[in-house]
Design a protein around this ligand. Structure first.
Ligand SMILES: Cc1cc2nc3c(=O)[nH]c(=O)nc-3n(C[C@H](O)[C@H](O)[C@H](O)COP(=O)(O)OP(=O)(O)OC[C@H]3O[C@@H](n4cnc5c(N)ncnc54)[C@H](O)[C@@H]3O)c2cc1C
Length: 538
């Protein structure tokens, strides 16, 4: 809904309730509370753990008393891609949301079973309600669950209102006009936290659990969750940390501070993409320092990518397990538990790879370039199935976002058919990004006293307790490239690639201006080196 329609609909709602538009908020709330015919608006929070700029909550509040609900679904949390670090972030965010709601005298109902029994309980209690949520682009589990919820709603005569919450467009025909949809959504006004009215009564449900039922998750303190933490993160990035973002994002020595670190907040919706975009754009419009301008432009294009990649999963849910380009199903990558275990525990014998993996394990985050390198090593040099390595990384990343994750994993594993093949040489990456070996020594303590030259040349590195390289890098890379190239020479390769591009390929870069831009003819005209990379990638 655009802003004018939203305002119109809220005025209609007020008229429907028989209020004069000039009534102040408190009187208005009082009238809503006393209206016996107003039915309950059940707001099911999923990946939108905030009150501000939350279209589902905002619109629900226009229709009557609101009951906020979050369900800690055991089935979801026992999926192989779920982990304690995701739960910790989610739990922090729920506490924060609970507090924000409490300030308005509102509860946050927590369900600890699957959603359908929770809905059954609420239906028995209230007789009827309208269900509100955002449109979720999640993994296959949430996709199937939403299909079931939709059937449940039909069976019980319940209306389920799902609202978009980012740039992802549901039931999109093709990608041709997607960028202008994105611009429109991002440039619409953000919505204030609504004034909420609780129902007269609600059922007692258990408090927020220590851990989801059926899991053995232990608390793992890493990046804190919650909207307040998200706002602090955004403020510090825009005030200071982001100045050198464009140049400092590539090395793990600098990226932890220079990248925004907003990804888990966008993933759990403690901040909306639109509010982050608008804050960055406002800063860009007032910024004259060249460093800042370039950094902010790069950052804004990544917010566009966020939705661009999620849109791929929205349009092709099977990409979580099936190669995007069907011919890559023929590659003979096979599972190997021992190789996977050495890669995922940081014992490959390539110091820079091991340092990145161990840093990721400890912190729950690593920068884009290193994610790409870790994936490239697993998929090319170690020839592991991308589904296996992708699942390990999904559990390690606090910011695991299925749409971005699986699209990126496939891209870095060469299975999309529309992106240039990039086989990272981890020794060169180490030399370029950690020339003095600081990062390696920090995260691979066995190598603290090893000579610098050996840190970047594992063939001459001999340290007790540290393994020799798992394979010969050059030979493994060559073999992998040959196998991928053979698929590229298949007679149907280009025809099938065109289909992939039509459905999933990017047409245009992100707008960094409030003015409407004409779509570029080539769709890739961007001077930002990282964005140029994206034009290859997507
Ligand atoms: C193999 C692989 C897996 C990845 N898995 C995830 C994932 O599960 N969740 C996730 O959020 N990102 C993922 N990324 C993308 C990217 O690495 C992270 O978004 C980024 O590192 C998050 O840090 P930040 O918030 O500081 O990002 P910033 O650089 O500050 O960017 C701001 C925001 O833009 C978005 N963004 C940035 N880079 C990308 C990108 N390349 N593609 C799509 N969106 C982007 C993110 O939402 C990010 O929070 C993956 C990348 C690779 C190569």
């Amino acid at each position: 809904m655009d802003t004018s329609t939203r305002i119109k609909s809220s005025i209609e709602t007020i008229h429907l309730y028989g209020f004069a538009k000039t009534l102040n908020q408190d009187k208005c709330s009082l009238r809503i509370m006393n209206m016996p015919t107003t039915s309950l608006q059940l707001v099911w929070f999923k990946r939108d753990l905030r009150l501000d700029d939350n279209p589902a909550l905002h619109d629900a509040a226009q229709h009557g008393p609101v009951l906020p609900l979050f369900v800690v679904e055991p089935g979801f949390w026992s999926q192989p891609d779920a982990s304690a670090r995701h739960w910790q972030f989610c739990r922090d965010s729920l506490f924060d949301l609970q507090q924000a709601l409490a300030e308005q005298g509102m509860p946050l109902l927590i369900g600890n079973t699957d959603i359908e029994p929770t809905l059954d309980t609420l239906l028995a209690f209230y007789g009827t309600f309208t269900l509100w949520s955002h449109e979720e682009t999640g993994n296959d589990w949430t996709f199937q669950r939403d299909i079931r919820v939709s059937a449940w709603c039909r069976q019980h005569g319940i209306t389920w209102q799902e609202q978009p919450q980012n740039g992802v467009v549901r039931r999109l025909r093709n990608r041709d006009h997607w960028a202008s949809h994105w611009d429109r959504r991002m440039q619409a006004e953000t919505l204030p936290a609504p004034h909420l009215q609780a129902p007269a009564t609600w059922p007692t449900l258990p408090p927020l659990p220590e851990r989801p039922a059926g899991t053995d998750f232990l608390p793992l303190r890493q990046q804190p969750g919650g909207r307040q933490a998200g706002l602090r993160c955004l403020d510090s990035f825009l005030a200071q940390r982001g100045r050198d973002y464009r140049f400092a994002m590539s090395s793990p020595n600098t990226a932890y501070a220079a990248c925004s670190r907003l990804s888990p907040h966008l993933c759990w919706g403690t901040l909306s993409v639109r509010e982050v975009y608008q804050r960055a754009l406002a800063q860009l419009e007032h910024s004259t320092a060249t460093g800042w301008t370039r950094s902010l432009r790069s950052f804004i294009s990544r917010l566009y990518w966020h939705c661009h990649f999620m849109q791929k999963l929205e349009d092709q849910p099977a990409l979580e397990w099936q190669p995007i380009h069907p011919l890559f199903a023929e590659l003979d990558r096979h599972p190997d538990a021992e190789i996977l275990a050495r890669w995922s525990s940081g014992h490959t014998g390539w110091p820079f790879v091991d340092a990145c993996m161990r840093a990721l394990q400890a912190r729950g985050w690593i920068n884009f370039r290193m994610r790409a390198m870790l994936t490239s090593v697993a998929s090319y040099h170690l020839w592991l199935p991308w589904q296996d390595s992708g699942q390990v990384l999904a559990r390690y990343f606090i910011d695991y976002e299925p749409g971005i994750h699986w699209s990126q994993i496939q891209m870095q594993s060469g299975t999309t058919g529309i992106n240039a093949i990039r086989v990272y040489n981890p020794l060169k990456q180490g030399l370029d990004l950690d020339p003095d070996g600081r990062f390696i020594r920090r995260w691979v303590p066995e190598l603290a006293d090893a000579p610098l030259s050996a840190l970047h040349e594992p063939r001459i590195l001999k340290v007790d307790g540290y393994p020799a390289p798992m394979v010969d890098l050059n030979r493994a890379a060559r073999s992998a490239k040959d196998k991928v190239a053979a698929i590229h020479h298949h007679p149907r390769f280009h025809e099938l690639s065109r289909d992939v591009y039509r459905q999933l390929g990017s047409r245009k870069r992100a707008s960094t201006s409030r003015k409407k831009r004409r779509p570029s003819r080539t769709g890739t005209a961007n001077t930002d080196t990282h964005s140029t990379q994206l034009s290859l990638w997507d």
